[in-house]
Structures are given as C-alpha cells and as structure tokens.
Design a protein around this ligand. Structure first.
Ligand SMILES: [Zn+2]
Length: 167
C-alpha cells in the first residue's frame, strides 16, 4: 500500500487524525518518510527547537535548542511543560457547560445534554490556537493523553537515531 501526494500533503498540513498519521508514518520499508515529514514540519515552524514528534496539528514534542530538554510546545514557540507532563494542565481551558455556550459552536440538536457531558477546549495561552477538545462527563478529571513510546518508535518503527534528551 502506498500513499498519494495528496495524502502526504494532508499529513504535513495536519489534517489527518493521529491514528492515520501514525499508520502512514510507520509503514515498513519506508523509513525515510518520517524524516521527510519532520523536515517539512520543521520548515513550517518558526522556532529553533528540533521537533521530535508531532502530537497534533500544531503541537509537538521538541528538543529545546537551549538545553536539550524535551518539551511540549506549540507552533508559536510557547512551551507548555516537560514532555512527560500533562500539557492540558498548563493550557488555557474553556469549559462549555451551558446550553448557550454549546450552541455557540455546535448545532442546537447536536449539542449534548450538559448535565451529562461538557466540552473542554484547550488553548495555547500565548497564541490562542485550540489544541484539543474533550467531551467528558462534567466530573471527569482532565484526561492525560497517551504517552507515546518515543524510544521504541524511533528505534523499531522508523529506524532513526533518537535526538539527545537531557532531563
Ligand atoms: Zn501557541
């Protein structure tokens, strides 16, 4: 199975979901794709820090150019936290927990019953980019996203040397 130029363009633009992205990047016998993808992402961002792994369309794990610590960082260069921490706890959070707030952005009949479900939107505090939305029950704690096994991914899936990590 191979991918079209259009799909690779979507990949770089970040308009594919992470699961598809991961599947495309991990295709066997195509170890150069991940390196090309990282290079394309790196060319798009304005910061000097090296991208280790994209976490979303505008969110990355990077190796800090200053001290080689791995950080979770926005497109704009805002660093949320260390790469193992939950960046959502360092984001600007907007909770839609009323019908009025829901219908601002979601079609009226599609909006959930706010007694059972709310929307939590996570924004970069520096540039305002929305990085994630959760639809939990109101009392559910802030969800910590999956922690990718980066060492294994570099070594066994894409066969690239792991960027140095000082932390
Ligand atoms: Zn930002």
């Amino acid at each position: 199975m191979s991918y079209t130029n259009e799909q690779v363009a979507h990949l770089v633009e970040g308009t594919l979901d992470w699961e598809t992205t991961f599947r495309m990047l991990s295709m066997p016998k195509d170890n150069s794709r991940f390196a090309q993808y990282l290079a394309a992402l790196q060319a798009k961002v304005g910061f000097p820090d090296r991208i280790v792994l994209p976490l979303g369309p505008h969110l990355y794990i990077v190796q800090s150019a200053r001290d080689k610590k791995w950080l979770i960082q926005c497109d704009c260069g805002h660093a949320f936290c260390g790469y193992k921490d939950n960046w959502k706890l360092h984001a600007a959070i907007y909770v839609r927990d009323t019908e009025a707030a829901m219908t601002e952005v979601y079609p009226a009949l599609m909006a959930p019953d706010t007694r059972w479900q709310v929307y939590r939107e996570y924004y970069c505090p520096s540039c305002g980019t929305m990085h994630d939305v959760e639809a939990p029950t109101p009392w559910y704690p802030v969800i910590h996203d999956f922690e990718p096994d980066i060492d294994t991914f570099y070594k066994e899936w894409v066969n690239l040397p792991l960027p140095e990590r000082l932390d």
